[in-house]
Design a protein around this ligand. Structure first.
Ligand code: DGL
Length: 276
């Protein structure tokens, strides 16, 4: 059975991979971290588009992936339309900030959105924002440097950046005029939820997009009869099979995969230019 390709600029997409493994337990996944060309969120759109094209080419044309999950809000905004034109027969699933679910949940009508600068400045995000109910206020915050700090596992910097950005958006709470719902619009930020919750309080709802993306992936694969439901022979000791690949240093991905997914699969380095 061919694999499902998943990519992000770095370790953030592991938060989506975790949800994918839960809903598609007998699949093989190839995860590509584009750490050699990251972060995406403060780079120009052309860079993110070119990198997304190179990784999609590797996953589809070289590795024959049966579906592609763009586990990065920034890459989805910059490249998903182009990727769908290039590969019309391939199920391609992207991720975007969960504004609609947040609008349905919020009682105060004030919602915070943390995302990369590139995502917030994209036409795709502006369109999404414009389609939300007019009585809801979205307070957007470009979180420069936060994805990089999470990539490096730099706790001190994560703490100081989260403090700065949540203070800039606040106040948080359940009273009128307070933000009661916070959208994490970058897959990296899912790995800073503890720090963020400590700062804004446990009563604030945090929303990220991994689970809906995983469900959508499963639904699309079901439509084309491509879900792998059979247990492998001989039975696997681990339900999902996984390849962890990176275009950069292996250590951040190895550490993050172990810490967050309890995954010990050795990380391999690849060159997406040559596909080797
Ligand atoms: N994880 C990516 C996202 O969801 C962006 C991180 C980066 O800036 O590279 O937007």
């Amino acid at each position: 059975m061919p694999a499902i390709g998943v990519f992000d600029s770095g370790v953030g997409g592991l938060s989506v991979l975790k949800a994918l493994q839960d809903v598609l337990p007998f699949e093989t996944f190839i995860y590509v971290s584009d750490a050699g060309y990251a972060p995406y969120g403060e780079r120009d759109v052309a860079h993110v588009l070119t990198r997304s094209q190179a990784i999609a080419h590797y996953l589809r044309d070289v590795r024959h992936a049966k579906a592609l999950v763009v586990a990065c809000n920034t890459a989805t905004a910059a490249a998903i339309a182009d990727l769908r034109l290039r590969y019309p027969a391939l199920p391609i699933i992207g991720i975007e900030p969960a504004l609609k679910p947040a609008a349905a949940l919020s009682k105060t009508g004030r919602i915070g959105v943390m995302a990369t600068r590139s995502t917030l400045e994209s036409e795709k995000f502006k369109g999404l924002l414009a389609s939300q109910p007019a009585n809801i206020a979205f307070i957007t915050q470009a979180c420069d440097g936060l994805a990089a700090a999470i990539e490096q596992g730099d706790q001190k910097r994560i703490q100081s950046l989260c403090t700065r950005y949540t203070q800039a958006m606040g106040p948080f709470g359940n009273e009128k005029g307070h933000i009661d719902t916070l959208v994490l619009g970058c897959t990296h930020y899912a790995f800073a939820t503890e720090t963020i919750t400590d700062l804004i309080g446990p009563g604030i709802q945090l929303l990220e997009g991994g689970v809906p993306v995983a469900r959508r992936t499963r639904a699309l694969l079901e439509e084309i009869g491509s879900v792998n439901t059979a247990v492998a022979h001989p039975p696997r000791t681990h339900s999902c099979t996984l390849e962890l690949l990176t275009t950069g240093a292996g250590e951040p991905l190895q550490n993050a995969a172990y810490r967050w997914l309890n995954e010990k699969t050795p990380v391999q380095q690849i060159d997406t230019a040559t596909g080797s």
